[in-house]
Write a protein that binds this ligand. Structure first.
Ligand SMILES: Nc1ncnc2c1ncn2[C@@H]1O[C@H](COP(=O)(O)OP(=O)(O)OP(=O)(O)O)[C@@H](O)[C@H]1O
Ligand SMILES: [Mg+2]
Length: 276
């Protein structure tokens, strides 16, 4: 593995970290206060994480084209905590899947740290997804046949993280979410709230820069939802950029910005007023 000192900030003229990977964007072990190493040279030079330009998503049938997203333009800066809201069928999940590189737009451009995702091949996109993005779903999507420990470990296996490193990273997650005693249980032996905690642990164990959560509290009681929103707020303070979808005004207020979607287009984009 490539391991070299990196002098990225030309003005500062001092080493800011060490390149530890050779991904589409090199990963730097940054000496950051929150001990969150997954930051890159590009991060430091370009603060805009996501740029969507005139994104369309449509499906063609024999006689007509149906738009799911139409001319979506969106910029997301690093460190934001953004909430997507809008009626059912508005296109929120479709947009999240495009941002998460699980789906592709029919037209338009998508830049992730200035890398043109719209021009990438499947393999490149899946590498980007694996290295930089954590995804949390409403229905948890845990693997029933795997224990809590194994579910959390899965993304690290895909990333090729070594055995000893995996052990310590999973242990840290179990500890963080108070799930050490539950590590050998299977998802069906957990409550909904606990399953979603495992879903969050799995999404962040690989230290993604972007956390996408599509109605993460949709299946939970309000107190469990509150716990999850507090976790998101803490993660955001630690440096992870978050985009969540929710129908709850209360959950939206944990974020810093609310983007409303209706009929496949962005209809409003506002900062959350502190104390409002
Ligand atoms: N593959 C597809 N083929 C045809 N229509 C689709 C496809 N995927 C999504 N749609 C349609 O696109 C629209 C947007 O769907 P999407 O799941 O993004 O909405 P949403 O805003 O997430 O809604 P909800 O709040 O109910 O989750 C819906 O009308 C849906 O039926
Ligand atoms: Mg949806």
């Amino acid at each position: 593995m490539l391991k070299t000192s990196l002098f990225c900030a030309s003005s500062a003229k001092k080493s800011i970290g060490t390149i530890v990977g050779k991904d589409p964007i090199p990963v730097i072990a940054l000496r950051s206060p929150w001990n969150h190493p997954a930051l890159t040279c590009s991060d430091l030079l370009y603060n805009t994480m996501i740029k969507l330009r005139d994104i369309d998503k449509y499906v063609d049938s024999r006689f007509q084209r149906t738009f799911i997203l139409k001319s979506v333009n969106l910029d997301v800066q690093q460190g934001e905590f953004l909430t997507l809201m809008g009626p059912s069928g508005a296109g929120k999940s479709t947009l999240m899947n495009i941002i998460g590189m699980l789906d592709e737009p029919s037209a338009g451009e998508y830049f992730f740290f200035d890398e043109p995702v719209h021009r990438m091949k499947e393999k490149q996109k899946s590498d980007m997804h694996k290295n930089y993005i954590g995804f949390i779903f409403q229905a948890y999507h845990l693997i029933d046949e795997l224990t809590v420990y194994e579910n959390i470990e899965t993304p690290l296996l895909y990333k090729g993280v070594s055995g000893s490193q995996r052990k310590s990273m999973v242990a840290e997650m179990l500890d963080r979410f108070n799930m050490v005693a539950k590590k050998d249980l299977f998802p069906e032996q957990l409550s909904g709230g606990q399953q979603q905690l495992v879903g969050i642990a799995r999404a962040i164990v690989g230290q993604p820069k972007l956390l996408l959560a599509d109605e993460p509290t949709g299946n939970l009681h309000s107190d469990q939802g509150k716990q999850i929103m507090e976790i998101f707020q803490k993660l955001n303070e630690e440096g992870i950029t978050i985009i969540q979808v929710t129908h709850s005004e209360e959950n939206a207020r944990y974020g810093k910005r609310i983007v409303k979607v209706a009929d496949g287009t962005i209809v409003s984009d506002e900062k959350v007023m502190v104390g409002a």
